[in-house]
Design a protein around this ligand. Structure first.
Ligand SMILES: [Fe+2]
Length: 384
């Protein structure tokens, strides 16, 4: 067993209708001025009002920044950070998926650190503890409500960069599974496979520990049995299991790592703005298959957690069956292939492989991966 430390400082509040508890929880912190970080779609859908009504009822003053975009941008973090500083915000609330939560982490850090964003966009470079952050996830995917990372797109460089520091971990994850029931099917699909990718990469990568393994395997089980049900039947129980899976996968990769699926996904996401979950769904089966020889046992465990029938199969065949399971899931829920995205330029694969090589999670991948291996993975995925 390798040495590790594990300190999940985030308080988790999980339950039906819990979104309305935001005000009373924030009041416990003695916050005076809250900035809410979200997007226009969630305001229109009435979800932001559920939170702001509870702030009002608790007598907490707030303003709203609603400019968050998918694949959160540095320019938006700066704009929201300026707005928060000008307002004198002392508490941050994120409402949304990973984009809102990651933008909010940057804003919380900018409130207390009197520097420009690029200065804190480096590993362990948030000198002063950020303003407290409460996250209300509206998708089951990112797990950002319990992680100490924020993945931000550097718009000029057209690439993604990662802020990470233990201090960035939110104070509170306020999770209301009911919010998932109104999410459109394609978003449930792509974010759900993002959560599956977090769990699989956390479990199979080199930084996995027994504690992260436990969270990851249980997340895989929940996603295996509940993602399709949530998509097609919208039961509350499936929403609960997917929200819990996303959270557990977040804890798993937050204390282990993600790996090459994310490196590939972030390379094209940073360049073409491909939705994060879609990009992960596209690369997950190909990387999983590439990684099997590095640890057949663990890849077999993933297949068993997905309830794949092991009878009559060797360990290798059981693991291989997970590749087909993931491909079938992606097809069933309408994820396009890399080619079907329609804008991918294969002549850029070498350039993207360079971006993958500087991804901080590349060394964690279960099987060693070099630039040529990344080019081959791009080519193999493009042929599918
Ligand atoms: Fe992800």
């Amino acid at each position: 067993m390798k040495d590790f430390s594990f300190n999940l400082s985030t308080r988790i509040e999980f339950g039906k209708g819990y979104v309305t508890k935001a005000g009373e929880i924030i009041k416990e912190f003695g916050a005076q001025k809250v900035i809410v970080i979200t997007d226009k779609g969630l305001i229109k859908a009435g979800i932001v009002a559920k939170v702001t009504d509870s702030l009002q009822a608790s007598g907490v003053e707030y303003i709203i920044y609603d400019g968050v975009q998918p694949n959160p941008k540095d320019v938006d973090c700066i704009a929201a950070g300026d707005m928060a500083r000008e307002y004198g915000a002392d508490f941050v609330v994120a409402i949304g998926g990973g984009s809102s939560m990651d933008t909010a982490k940057a804003v919380a850090a900018l409130i207390t650190n009197p520097v420009a964003l690029p200065e804190i966009m480096k590993p362990y470079k948030v000198p002063i503890a950020p303003a407290p952050l409460l996250c209300v996830p509206t998708t089951a995917g990112t797990g950002s409500e319990v992680t100490s990372f924020a993945v931000i797109t550097l718009t000029e460089e057209q690439r993604k960069s990662c802020m990470f520091d233990d201090k960035l971990r939110p104070e509170i994850a306020l999770i209301d599974p009911e919010l998932l029931l109104g999410v459109p099917g394609p978003i449930i699909a792509s974010t759900g496979i993002d959560a599956l990718t977090h769990a699989i990469e956390a479990y199979t990568c080199k930084l996995a520990t027994p504690i992260t393994d436990a969270f990851a395997l249980h997340a895989i089980r929940y996603i295996g049995r509940s993602l399709r049900t949530l998509m097609y039947e919208r039961t509350y129980e499936s929403a609960e299991e997917m929200m819990m899976a996303s959270l557990m996968a977040g804890i798993a990769f937050g204390f282990s790592d993600i790996a090459s699926v994310h490196a590939l996904a972030e390379a094209i996401g940073g360049y073409y703005d491909t939705p994060h979950g879609v990009a992960n769904s596209i690369f997950l089966p190909v990387v999983f298959e590439y990684d099997i020889p590095a640890n057949v046992e663990k890849h077999k465990d993933v297949a068993l957690a997905l309830d794949i029938d092991p009878v009559g199969k060797s360990d290798r065949e059981i693991a291989q069956a997970a590749v087909e399971w993931i491909e079938t899931l992606s097809k069933d829920v309408g994820i396009p292939t890399l080619k079907e995205l329609g804008y991918i330029e294969p002549e850029r694969f070498e350039q993207f492989a360079d971006v993958c090589m500087i991804n901080v999670s590349t060394p964690s991948n279960a099987r060693a991966v070099d630039k040529q291996a990344y080019i081959d993975l791009f080519k193999k995925t493009y042929k599918k």
